[in-house]
Design a binder for this molecule. Structure first.
Ligand SMILES: Cc1cc2nc3c(=O)[nH]c(=O)nc-3n(C[C@H](O)[C@H](O)[C@H](O)COP(=O)(O)O)c2cc1C
Length: 190
């Protein structure tokens, strides 16, 4: 199984990168899957303006950036969404990236690692509704990091209990990606 750890913030000096690195470091000890950090910012995705709805585009999206993004997401069997909370919801750039492609997400697992004043839980609840439309399975475990007590000047500094929580989340994401594999075979990459 191959799992993408997506950094859903594209801001300069974002906290998301250090959170993703923490996830990737923990994932390195999981021997049943390969993990890769994906910086959304690297893809320079434009705001979706295609006249064709991505779900009906047969992967032939209107911009090269969207096609490149789709090919990257196609590589994975499951994901960890590293998501901040913006104005009590999901970050706009990440939602645009999710909306810009379609079959590349389908029948894959996802685990949520969020951060914010209240752990980013409102963004995660929204993500759970959003990913359901792509027939993704969002696993029960989630990590909700407090900006006030789990970050310092070097980035994320998680509470001790997070180590076990993260291991459980990663195991669930990989297990569920495996369970969903037969469903993915019906969605043939172009
Ligand atoms: C546009 C914007 C809106 C924000 N709204 C919230 C919010 O509703 N709840 C919250 O906990 N933090 C909010 N924050 C603070 C972010 O949690 C904090 O800046 C965090 O570091 C953002 O993640 P990033 O650095 O990876 O972009 C907001 C930040 C921005 C930029």
């Amino acid at each position: 199984m191959k799992i993408g750890i997506i950094v859903g913030s594209v801001r300069d000096s974002r906290n998301g990168t250090s959170v993703a690195q923490w996830v990737a470091n923990a994932a390195a000890s999981q021997d049943d899957a390969d993990f890769e950090v994906v910086e959304l910012r690297d893809f320079n995705l434009p705001i979706l303006t295609d006249p064709v709805v991505p779900g009906a585009a047969n992967r032939e999206y209107g911009t090269e950036e969207a096609r490149t993004w789709g090919r990257k997401i196609d590589e994975f069997d499951g994901f960890v969404f590293v998501t901040p909370e913006y104005n009590h919801g999901v970050p706009g750039a990440f939602k645009n990236a999710f909306d810009s492609i379609a079959p590349e997400w389908m029948h894959k697992s996802v685990g949520m690692v969020s951060y914010g004043a209240d752990g980013g839980v409102r963004a995660v609840e929204q993500w759970r509704q959003i990913v359901a439309n792509m027939q993704m399975v969002a696993v029960r475990h989630q990590i909700s990091l407090s900006l006030f007590t789990e970050f310092d000047e070097n980035g994320v500094a998680p509470n001790e209990r997070r180590t076990g929580e993260l291991a459980a989340l990663l195991t669930e994401v990989v297990d569920m990606a495996r369970v969903l594999a037969p469903r993915r075979e019906a969605v043939v990459p172009a």
